[in-house]
Design a protein around this ligand. Structure first.
Ligand code: GLN
Length: 484
C-alpha cells in the first residue's frame, strides 16, 4: 500500500482532491493489519463496519461539506468504549463486551468524519509499561522482535510504527502514551488533564487518566487534537474551555523560548546514547535562538512512590464495579452472591490489576489512609507546585522519557523494577501537565530513542510548535522499521 506511512496532512490532501477515496484508504490499512497480524496490535477488527464509515466519509467529501479529517483512518486503544467494536480494556473481565455508547473522544473524532479501523491492544486496564500485561497476549515492537513496544498503549504505538494506521488514540495515566511512542519511534501527545473527556474511557485512576494521540509527527497530532478535546458536561473533571486550533503555532520561530533542562534528574542510570541524542535536540533549539536553562526539580524523584499509591488507590475503587453483577465476567458456578463476586473477580482480573487492587485497598484502609494515601496526596501537591513555579521561568521542560530504549520482553518481570522505570513520566501526570514525546535518534542497539517536552497546563500548542520545529529539520520521525 502506497499510502501506509503518509502523514495526516498528506492523506487529507489526497482525499480532498479525490486522488484516493476513504474506502480505498481503509481497505489498504485493513489489508496491512491482516498482514501484520503477528504483531498482535489489534484486538478487534470489523472490516464491514470500517467500510461502512468510509463510505459515509466518501459521501461527505463528495457533498463538499467535509472538514479536513473526513476519511482519515484512526484506531482506538481498547480503553475507549465503542458501539461497533468490543471494548475490553484487554481484560478477560470484559471479553466481548459491547458498549451501548461511544466514548466522547471517539464520538468527536467520528463526527469529524474519521474512519475507525478497530481496537488496539494494551496492558490490562492500562496497567503496565511494556504491554506484557494484556490478557490477549503481548504486542510486538516493529523495530525489534525481542523488545517490548512500551505500555500501556503498546498496540497504539506499534500500529503507527508499522504503518497500520496513520494516527491512533492512546491514554496516559502515568506515561502510557509518551513511553510507548518513545519505544516505537513515533510521536505521542498527552494533553492537559481534563481537556479531553474521560466519559467512556474505562477508568484506571480517574485523577490521572488522560486521552491523547500517537502519530508520525507533531503536525499530525496538532491536526487531530482539536476534534478530541472540549468541555463535556458528562465528565465532572472536564475543563470548561473551548477547543482550539492546535496547528496555529506550527512554523512559528522558537527564538526567545526558554527550555528548562533538569540536569540533576537526568544523572544516574541514564543511557549515554540517550543523553547524547537529547543534547543534539537541545543544540538545535539553541541554534534556533531558544534559551536553554538549567532547572532543578528535586520533588520529581518522589513521583514513582506517590504515583503508585494514588493510582492504585483510585484503581481499587474504580475496579470495584466489576463484581459479576452489572457487567463483565461472571463465574459459571458459585455457592452464594459473595462467592459469585469472589470467583468472578478472581477469574476475570489478571495478576497486575489484582496486585494494584490489593495495594490500593491497603493504602486506603483504616489506619493506613493517613500514613500512605493522604501523605501521597500532599507530596503530589508539592510536585505540582514545583512544576508551576518552574514554568514561571521557562516555557517548556525537555527531559528523557525513559532511562534507555525499549527493554527486552521479560526484563521487567519484577513489578517493582517495572514501576521504577516510570520515573520520568509520572511526575507530569501527577501535576496534570501536557507532554509530547518525539523521536530523536536510533540507538546502536537498533531501537528508537525519544525525548519529552512538558509544558504548563493548556500549552499544548507551544509543545506542538517546539516538536514540529525539530521535525521540520530532522527525519527520525520519518524512519520506519525494516520490513514495514
Ligand atoms: N506504567 C504506568 C503504570 O503502569 C503508566 C500506565 C498508564 O499511563 N496507563 O501505571
Amino acid at each position: 500500500m502506497e499510502n501506509a506511512f503518509a502523514s495526516v496532512a498528506e492523506l487529507s490532501r489526497r482525499l480532498q482532491s479525490r486522488e484516493v477515496s476513504a474506502v480505498e484508504l481503509a481497505r489498504g490499512y485493513l489489508e496491512r493489519i491482516e498482514e501484520k497480524k503477528s504483531l498482535n496490535a489489534f484486538l478487534d477488527v470489523r472490516p464491514e463496519e470500517t467500510l461502512r464509515q468510509a463510505e459515509a466519509a466518501d459521501r461527505l467529501i463528495a457533498s463538499g461539506e467535509a472538514g479536513p479529517l473526513a476519511g482519515i483512518p484512526i484506531a482506538h486503544k481498547d480503553i475507549f468504549v465503542t458501539k461497533e467494536w468490543a471494548s475490553t480494556a484487554a481484560s478477560r473481565m470484559l471479553e466481548g463486551y459491547m458498549s451501548p455508547f461511544d466514548a466522547t473522544v471517539v464520538r468527536g473524532l467520528k463526527s469529524a468524519g474519521m474512519v475507525t479501523l478497530g481496537k488496539l491492544n494494551c496492558d490490562e486496564f492500562a496497567m503496565g509499561s511494556g504491554n506484557e500485561n494484556s490478557a490477549f497476549g503481548r504486542v510486538g515492537n516493529p523495530w525489534d522482535a525481542n523488545a517490548v513496544p512500551g505500555g500501556s498503549s503498546g498496540g497504539s504505538a506499534a500500529a503507527v510504527a508499522a504503518g497500520l494506521a496513520p494516527i491512533v488514540t492512546g491514554t496516559d495515566t502515568g506515561g502510557s502514551i509518551r513511553e510507548p511512542a518513545s519505544f516505537c519511534g513515533v510521536t505521542g501527545m498527552k494533553p492537559t488533564y481534563g481537556r479531553p473527556s474521560r466519559l467512556g474511557m474505562i477508568a484506571f485512576a480517574s485523577s490521572l487518566d488522560t486521552a491523547g494521540l500517537l502519530a508520525h509527527s507533531a503536525e499530525d497530532c496538532a491536526m487531530v487534537l482539536g476534534s478530541m478535546v472540549g468541555h463535556d458536561p458528562w465528565d465532572s473533571t472536564s475543563v470548561d474551555m473551548p477547543s482550539e486550533d492546535f496547528t496555529r503555532d506550527l512554523g512559528r520561530p522558537v527564538k526567545g523560548l526558554r527550555i528548562g533542562v533538569p540536569r540533576a534528574w537526568m544523572g544516574e542510570g541514564l543511557d549515554a546514547e540517550v543523553l547524547a541524542s537529547i543534547e543534539k535536540v537541545l543544540d538545535f533549539y539553541r541554534s534556533e535562538g531558544a534559551e536553554i536553562v538549567d532547572i532543578d526539580l528535586p520533588m520529581a524523584k518522589l513521583g514513582v512512590p506517590v504515583y503508585y499509591v494514588v493510582a492504585c488507590a483510585e484503581a481499587s475503587s474504580n475496579l470495584s464495579r466489576f463484581d459479576g453483577v452489572r457487567y463483565g465476567h461472571r463465574a459459571a458456578e458459585f455457592d452464594d452472591i459473595i462467592d459469585m463476586m469472589k470467583k468472578s473477580r478472581d477469574e476475570g482480573f489478571g495478576p497486575e490489576p489484582k496486585r494494584r487492587i490489593m495495594i490500593g485497598t491497603y493504602v486506603l484502609s483504616h489506619g493506613y489512609y493517613d500514613a500512605y494515601y493522604l501523605k501521597a496526596q500532599r507530596v503530589r501537591r508539592l510536585i505540582a507546585r514545583e512544576f508551576h513555579e518552574t514554568f514561571r521561568k521557562v516555557d517548556a521542560i525537555a527531559c528523557p522519557v525513559t532511562t534507555g530504549t525499549a527493554y527486552d520482553f521479560g526484563a521487567n518481570a519484577d513489578p517493582v523494577s517495572a514501576y521504577l522505570s516510570d520515573l520520568y513520566t509520572v511526575p507530569a501526570s501527577l501535576a496534570g501537565l501536557p507532554g509530547i514525546a518525539m523521536p530523536c535518534g536510533l540507538h546502536s542497539n537498533g531501537r528508537p530513542i525519544g525525548l519529552q517536552l512538558l509544558g504548563e497546563h493548556f500549552t499544548e500548542s507551544r509543545l506542538l510548535q517546539l516538536a514540529d520545529a525539530w521535525q521540520r529539520v530532522t527525519d527520525w520521525h520519518l524512519r520506519h522499521p525494516q520490513g514495514c
